[in-house]
Ligand binder design. Structure first.
Ligand code: CP
Ligand code: NVA
Length: 304
């Protein structure tokens, strides 16, 4: 593993499997009350420039369960919101803390922070990527389907941070990945270039949700307007007409097909309430697995 977790493009297939195996162990230890305070006395600084429920709570609880401590830094209340340069914040936090988790807009800000900080930096979501979420998704799929290799993952919706990370994570783990986005809402070109290099023609980008979900083992979707795009909501709702994951679409999938959603969900937009509730157990397990997957990342990056 490298010093940081900034995006799945930086990880090898072996790195991802090491995280997923460690995450399974973390989950087992937590469920069976086996002590695992591997990060005793260590502190994680969590910088949030966007809202969060799951990421904040799972990182904070995760650090506590590992015997360490996490502290919340909102950009509005810290000097970050008043323009203190990232390189200075990095050098200050490295003197108090053992790791930094950051949720922000530009991927370049996270990359810059990691370059300047001598301690590990973890991406807790940028406009480009959401690696911690996709590690939890892969963990959940593997847990329920017993494998990843050879399964078909279909993503329906916006070519956003989730789509970018799912394409990279899915392909690196040997899955077939099919993405349906409306024109103008494609995944990042860097990710599409990566997808072209995947062996065995395992990626397709199409306009038809029906084509993408055909025979899929797991269907994943996400909101049509991400954080920072609130003003585009009406325009996007129009552009994404026909991209709702509903029962009719699910009928085209492989029997036993799973559904994942990183949450929060806008039921009636990207997913019907019927499909959401039919797969709620899988979706909330995915949310739970954020905790276990991130504890694995924290342990692998911050242990002595
Ligand atoms: N899925 C996810 O990252 O949730 P939060 O925005 O609540 O952290
Ligand atoms: N794509 C969404 C994910 C939220 C967890 C966003 O960036 O807002």
């Amino acid at each position: 593993m490298k010093k940081d977790l900034l995006k799945l493009l930086d990880l090898t297939r072996e790195d991802i499997h090491e995280i997923l195996d460690t995450a399974d162990q973390m989950k087992f230890s937590q469920k069976h009350h086996i002590p695992h305070d591997h990060l005793k006395g260590k502190t994680l600084a969590m910088i949030f420039e966007k809202n969060s429920t799951r990421t904040r709570v799972s990182f904070e609880v995760g650090m506590y369960q590992l015997g360490g401590h996490a502290l919340f830094l909102s950009s509005h209340e810290s000097q970050i919101g008043r323009g203190e340069p990232v390189e200075d914040t990095a050098r200050v936090l490295a003197r108090y803390c053992d790791g930094i988790m950051i949720r922000t807009f530009a991927q370049t800000e996270v990359e810059e922070l990691a370059k300047k900080a001598s301690i590990p930096v973890i991406n807790g979501l940028t406009d480009f990527a959401h690696p911690c979420q996709v590690l939890a998704d892969l963990m959940t799929i593997r847990e329920r389907m017993t494998r990843l290799e050879g399964l078909k993952l279909a993503f329906i919706g916006d070519g956003n941070n989730m789509a970018n990370s799912l394409i990279v994570g899915g392909l690196k783990c040997g899955m077939d990945v099919s993405v349906a986005c409306p024109e103008g809402y494609d995944p990042d070109p860097v990710v599409l270039d990566f997808a072209k290099t995947a062996e065995g023609n395992r990626f397709e980008l199409v306009r038809s949700p029906a084509q993408a979900v055909a025979d899929a083992d797991v269907v994943i979707t996400d909101v049509w307007a991400s954080m920072g795009q609130e003003e585009e909501r009406a325009v996007r709702a129009k552009a994404f007409t026909g991209y709702c994951v509903d029962q009719k679409l699910m009928e085209l999938t492989h029997p036993g097909c799973m559904v994942q959603h990183c949450l929060p969900a806008h039921k009636g937009e990207e997913i019907s309430a019927e499909v959401f509730e039919a797969h709620a157990d899988e979706i909330f397990e995915e949310a739970e697995n954020r905790l276990h997957a991130q504890k694995a990342v924290l342990y692998l990056l911050m242990r002595d």
